[in-house]
Design a binder for this molecule. Structure first.
Ligand code: C5P
Length: 238
């Protein structure tokens, strides 16, 4: 029994029925689950509570970014749903992240609170357009340090950034990485991808995996083979 599976399956489905059809075939000792904006807007808190009641650890990926009080209350509401992890945008600033941390810590079961640094869809030119004349990697490091200073548990980052952040920030700081592609799978619209083994070797704690599992001919087999690959690298049992 693995109490801390490293794979977070991104439930990028348009409705609860499709998400639950997959979830019925998965088990909480094989993976955690991520609910993002589309599924949450369509299916709401009831689905999140249902997934948690099934025993899954749920990452509620709504990337809150607003004034400190509003974000703090939203994070508190997420905690009340029983989620394992939730997130905010580090660009909301130190005070916003501190307010979120404080609000979450007052709840009965505080979820892990992490920050998005720079969206991986943004290039150097995109940052410049919004007034940030800085290399994305430099901005990622700056915002990760700010999230750490605010007492957050970690950041979402690309697997390519994981090694740099692992060297710069303390070992307990969680690195959650999307853009994972097992060898031989289609990279889809992700341009900077790493295999599960390379991401873990770079220092990632948790891997967010969507289409390589959700669109696989057999999602259970696809998840199992990623777990076997990770276990082989770590020298543990899958
Ligand atoms: O299907 P795929 O494995 O590319 O899904 C990756 C998941 O991670 C999606 O839910 C996507 O929204 C999310 N994500 C990402 N890149 C980021 C942040 C989140 O792909 N920088």
């Amino acid at each position: 029994m693995n109490n801390d599976p490293r794979v977070i399956v991104a439930l990028d489905f348009a409705d609860a029925g499709a998400a639950l059809a997959l979830v019925e075939r998965l088990a909480p000792d094989q993976c955690k689950l991520k609910v993002g904006k589309e599924l949450f807007v369509r299916s709401g808190p009831a689905l999140v509570e249902k997934l948690a009641a099934l025993g899954f650890k749920v990452f509620l990926d709504l990337k809150f970014h607003d004034i400190p009080n509003t974000v703090a209350q939203a994070c508190r509401a997420a905690a009340d749903l029983g989620v394992w992890m939730t997130n905010v945008h580090a660009l909301g600033g130190l005070k916003m992240m501190q307010a979120a941390r404080e609000a979450v810590d007052k709840t009965a079961t505080p979820p892990k609170l992490i920050a998005v640094t720079v969206l991986t869809s943004l290039s150097r030119a995109d940052l410049c357009q919004v007034g940030l004349d800085v290399e994305p990697a430099v901005q990622v490091e700056r915002l990760a340090r700010l999230a750490h200073e605010a007492g957050l548990d970690g950041v979402v980052c690309s697997a390519q950034e994981a090694a740099m952040l692992r060297r710069q920030i303390d070992p307990d700081f969680l690195l959650v990485t999307p853009g994972i592609r097992p060898v031989g799978s289609d990279s889809g619209d992700q341009s900077r991808v790493l295999t599960p083994t390379l991401a873990i070797a770079a220092g990632a704690d948790y891997l967010v995996v969507g289409r390589p599992i959700t669109q696989a001919a057999d999602p259970v087999v696809a998840l199992q083979s990623i777990n076997v690959e990770i276990a082989a690298f770590l020298g543990t049992t899958p």
